[in-house]
Ligand binder design. Structure first.
Ligand SMILES: Cc1cc2nc3c(=O)[nH]c(=O)nc-3n(C[C@H](O)[C@H](O)[C@H](O)COP(=O)(O)O)c2cc1C
Length: 166
């Protein structure tokens, strides 16, 4: 089955470290995403420091898995690099999904953790990672070797499809 149809959120990991080579492949996938006007306003903060990873669940309520993760990739938008105003969210979302799909392809487990538009989470991530104000964290991707398996789910609903008009 194709990775795009198999992908699930994986929140339990073994203690095996993900290699730098695999992390680079994840980042290559992120940077291969489409972006408005080809602006590519994204930046990626790779976090493998266990102390920093453990700080995040103190303010992000749905991120406990980071305590066991090998890495986190924080996908950020630099508003100063946007080609068209406001599109950084979509650009960084496309990059985030690409990272998740590459993780599946590489046999890794990953989950998208929402940051933006939760103001408090945005501020806390910016402070923790020493980010300037015009660089906004959109998501955190938690990554490790999977210690849980999940079935693929059929989410194809014909009633969601509209032809020519609503
Ligand atoms: C924008 C966004 C924010 C999310 N935030 C979180 C989160 O903070 N913590 C978490 O455990 N999962 C988070 N998820 C993962 C969703 O819960 C998950 O994708 C959804 O339940 C569907 O399950 P699946 O990914 O296994 O198909 C988020 C997903 C998206 C797209």
């Amino acid at each position: 089955m194709l990775s795009i149809l198999k992908r699930r959120s994986i929140r339990k990991y073994t203690d095996q470290r993900v290699s730098d080579d695999k992390v680079e492949q994840l980042l290559r996938a992120g940077m291969s995403a489409p972006s408005a006007g080809n602006g590519r306003p994204w930046h990626f903060i790779v976090v493998d420091d266990k102390e920093i990873l453990s700080e995040i669940p103190k303010f992000h309520p749905y991120s406990n898995m980071l305590k066991e993760a090998s890495h986190a990739i924080v996908v950020c938008g630099n508003k100063g690099e946007e080609k068209f105003e406001g599109y950084w969210v979509q650009d960084c979302s496309a990059a985030t999904e690409n990272i998740l799909l590459m993780a599946e392809e590489l046999g890794l487990g990953a989950v998208w953790l929402g940051v933006y538009p939760e103001k408090e989470r945005v501020m806390q991530v910016q402070e923790l990672l020493h980010m300037p104000n015009n660089v906004v964290p959109l998501s955190i991707v938690s990554i490790g070797y999977p210690a849980e398996t999940k079935e693929s789910i059929n989410r194809f609903y014909p009633e969601k499809i509209h032809k020519n008009k609503w």
